[in-house]
Design a protein around this ligand. Structure first.
Ligand code: 5RP
Length: 235
């Protein structure tokens, strides 16, 4: 751990602390991203070395691969039906524990899995805390068919919402659009400040072509915040 950067140390510490919420026999949603990856590695260690028995439902193909590699039994959400707990990262969280997620492109499966859980624990470094959501561009998953029309509709619709900006940018990977695990594209919305996350989420999800957006409102129960000096705060 001593060779980690300060941010990675904070992520690692939050992830390790969140594993205290995991009990023997639980079905656990496994988030996506660099912070969630620390959590998956830690749970894998607990499975291998302490005999912890859990079933994991990954939120992306990347996390599924890592979970299997570390020794966690992986099942699908349909096999699990309902989960005891999901642990995942976030791009931003506010004082009401509303989140922006999807920086890693997995927001759709992440939202389905978190919503199907008794409890969602978010793990984050302290820099992810904000007064108001929106400085981080809001990821919105859209179907490839007619995505440019959907983009124009999204920008037009945002005129009636309490946000400061409304420019949408197609996420690119290599020399083409970034493609999610569900075969969709992602638009990143430069909203700058989201006055009403709940309203913004509802309005976006009404637009044909939009599959889901990265606002998680009333989904997260606990945030575990890690700091580079080793201090962990739970909210
Ligand atoms: C992936 C996510 C991640 O949880 C979010 O992007 C945070 O990532 P990281 O832990 O790497 O900072 O929502 O879709």
């Amino acid at each position: 751990m001593s060779n980690l950067s300060p941010v990675d140390r904070a992520k690692f510490i939050a992830a390790r602390r969140a594993c205290d919420y995991v009990e023997d026999g639980m079905k656990v949603g496994l988030g996506t991203g660099s912070t969630a990856a620390w959590m998956v590695r830690q749970l894998g260690e607990m499975v291998r070395e302490d005999g912890l028995r859990i079933k994991g439902v990954p939120t992306s193909s990347r996390t599924a691969h890592l979970a299997r590699e570390t020794g966690i039994e992986v099942i699908s959400l349909d096999e699990a039906k309902w989960l005891d707990l999901t642990i995942d990262g976030a791009d931003e969280f506010d004082g009401d524990l509303a989140l922006i997620k999807g920086g890693g492109g997995a927001l759709l499966q992440e939202k389905i899995v978190a919503t199907a859980s008794d409890r969602m624990v978010v793990i984050a470094d302290a820099a992810k805390e904000v007064q108001a959501l929106g400085a981080f561009p809001l990821p919105v998953e859209v179907v490839p068919f007619g995505w440019q029309t959907t983009k124009a509709l999204v920008e037009e619709t945002l005129a009636g919402v309490d946000v400061l900006g409304r420019e949408a940018t197609l996420r690119i990977s290599g020399d083409g659009p970034y493609v999610t695990d569900e075969g969709n594209y992602i638009l990143d919305l430069a909203l700058r400040r989201i006055g009403n996350p709940w309203q913004t989420s509802l309005v976006l999800n009404q637009i044909p072509g939009v599959v889901e957006n990265g606002l998680f409102v009333d989904v997260c129960d606990v945030v575990v915040i890690g700091r580079p000096d080793g201090v962990v705060e739970v909210r």
